[in-house]
Design a protein around this ligand. Structure first.
Ligand code: ATR
Length: 276
């Protein structure tokens, strides 16, 4: 029988996860299929219990369900997803267990380009869901995480929760950005600034960047955001956002199946779907 995987969310019709996972499933010759399911916040509990009862191989959660999952009494989150406050991957092998692979996706994408970030100074723009996953994950591998968020209080709250689990992290306002970037190794944009259709926006401009810096933008629509174009012109190394999507999916796939899927195949499927 064909094994079923899927992504639950609302809206979910534009998710790139089905093409990405189905490309991996085909490449591995598996008898399985990954589908998108429109599931509301109120319906999440029933949908997960149903998926478990029907023997699904695993599901991803997207907007607006990642935080909601932690409110369900029957779902057991691992320590990382509990810290982040969001679950993006659910496995049904041994109860109904929650994971968050967004941070590890960002970590792998970045480390592919620049090697280990242990001991490196990482300026992280943002304090929303994506930034939370990245802050916890990067701090867990020994990076020094410098959070810079428009709403400083939100950044401070994130820094407090990451440092409560032992992370080396501090929060700042936009006024400190120039100084922080002068001595940083890595800049990560984990805000939506620069995303289609407002593609002319950037928080950091080229004059604030230096050639030794690695600049990673998690926005993948467009692939080369204004921030990355300016970073390239300033001589910095750039990392585009699609590999975070690919690696968070690959890690979920590994949790469900025990097999690391072919990330190059998944990347090609994502780029084709984006028309790149
Ligand atoms: P996500 O879950 O995708 O990370 P989110 O929780 O809405 O989305 O968070 C969006 C992040 O982008 C926040 O850090 C937000 O800053 P605030 O906390 O100050 O709202 C940031 N952001 C969004 N638009 C921004 C803008 N125009 N300028 C600066 N930061 C922006």
């Amino acid at each position: 029988m064909e094994e079923v995987f899927g992504v639950f969310g609302d809206p979910v019709e534009h998710s790139l996860s089905p093409v990405m996972h189905n490309a991996a499933i085909s490449a591995l010759g598996m008898k399985a299929r990954y589908h998108a399911f429109r599931v509301s916040r109120e319906g999440l509990g029933d949908a997960l219990l149903g998926a478990c009862a029907m023997g699904f191989g695993g599901v991803n959660l997207t907007i607006p369900l990642k935080e909601r999952a932690l409110e369900l009494g029957f779902l057991e989150p691992d320590a990382l997803s509990r810290g982040i406050g969001a679950v993006n991957t659910v496995d049904f092998k041994d109860g109904i267990r929650g994971f968050n692979t967004d941070g590890v996706g960002a970590l792998r994408a970045l480390e592919d380009a620049c090697g280990s970030i242990r001991g490196k100074r990482v300026v992280l723009l943002g304090a929303g869901g994506a930034a939370r996953a990245i802050a916890f994950q990067f701090a867990s591998v020994g990076a020094r995480v410098l959070i810079v968020n428009r709403t400083e209080e939100r950044g401070r709250r994130l820094a407090e929760s990451v440092s409560s689990v032992g992370g080396d992290v501090e929060a700042f306002g936009f006024a400190s950005l120039g100084e922080l970037l002068d001595s940083a190794h890595v800049l990560v944009n984990a805000t939506s600034v620069g995303m289609y259709p407002l593609v002319n926006r950037t928080i950091v401009t080229g004059d604030m960047l230096h050639p030794g810096l690695v600049v990673f933008d998690i926005v993948y629509n467009p692939l080369k955001t204004r921030l990355l174009l300016e970073a390239e012109a300033a001589g910095a190394r750039i990392v585009t956002g699609e590999m975070m999507l690919v690696y968070q999916g690959a890690e979920a796939f590994r949790i469900w199946t025990g097999v690391m899927p072919p990330v190059d195949v998944m990347k090609r499927a994502v780029l084709d779907a984006l028309g790149v």
